[in-house]
Design a protein around this ligand. Structure first.
Ligand code: ATP
Length: 220
């Protein structure tokens, strides 16, 4: 379980989010919603450890501290012109598990292949990432998450620019990962669609307040 205590996320000394208190149970799904600019991505980056909290703290119960955190950023935060292929980007999901000097083994290659198949990108695996469409790019990032097999997964608008069929594939994979015990936090603009596939709690952020809405289903 992650405990969030009096957390204010922001940049340098500029506070962005309101004060947030709550906890995220292992194996649960939390959606983060709110209007543009309210601090959803900033909150996610703070959970990922990419930004230090401006105040308050985040704490994992010791036994549950995840070794690997999976993070799917928004496309605008990624350099799409870096000369790498789709396979290379998805293979980065293996990096936390392999020695820097070692090559990817057959088991890991199979994992990458399975992830690319799941998101329907097998035919584009040797393409340079700068030539992908927005939706293909998002599918590639999701495949990397699948390969990572992290216990704590943070997804920043994973459904952005994705067609309905692919949304269903993503949401059912997210569901499966949570059933295997992964804890998942997802920033969404519209969580109505997701509610058809997932059972989740919601953190609603406003300029002045944060409201933690518990799921009606008692899942944990
Ligand atoms: N690197 C940064 N440095 C300073 N301020 C930033 C930085 N990134 C974002 N901000 C500001 O922080 C605020 C919250 O941004 P954030 O991206 O977290 O909002 P959001 O709720 O995810 O918005 P959206 O729904 O538009 O994606 C905005 O006012 C934004 O301009």
């Amino acid at each position: 379980m992650m405990v969030i205590h009096n957390l204010i996320a922001g940049y340098f000394n500029r506070n962005v989010t309101p004060m947030i208190n709550g906890y995220i149970k292992r194996g649960s799904i939390l959606t983060v919603v709110g209007s543009n600019g309210v601090g959803k991505s900033t909150f996610l980056k703070t959970l990922a450890g990419l930004l230090p909290p401006n105040s308050g703290n985040l704490e994992f119960l010791k036994v549950e501290k995840p070794r690997i955190i999976g993070y799917l950023p928004q496309k605008k935060n990624i350099d799409c012109y870096f000369p790498v292929t789709v396979f290379d980007v998805v293979a980065m999901g293996c990096w936390p598990r392999i020695n820097f000097l070692k090559r990817i083994n057959d088991e890991q290659k199979y994992l990458i292949w399975k992830a690319l198949k799941k998101v329907k990108l097998l035919n584009l695996m040797h393409r340079c990432v700068h030539s992908l469409s927005g939706g293909e790019f998002q599918r590639m990032l999701f495949a990397r998450i699948l390969v990572q097999q992290a216990q704590f997964i943070l997804l920043d608008e994973p459904l952005q620019g994705i067609d309905q069929e692919t949304c269903e594939i993503f949401l059912s994979s997210i569901n499966q990962m949570s059933q295997y015990g992964c804890t998942i936090v997802i920033v969404l603009h519209d969580n109505q669609f997701a509610s058809k596939y997932l059972v989740y709690d919601t953190l609603l952020l406003t300029q002045s307040n944060s409201i933690w809405i518990k799921s009606k289903t008692n899942r944990c």
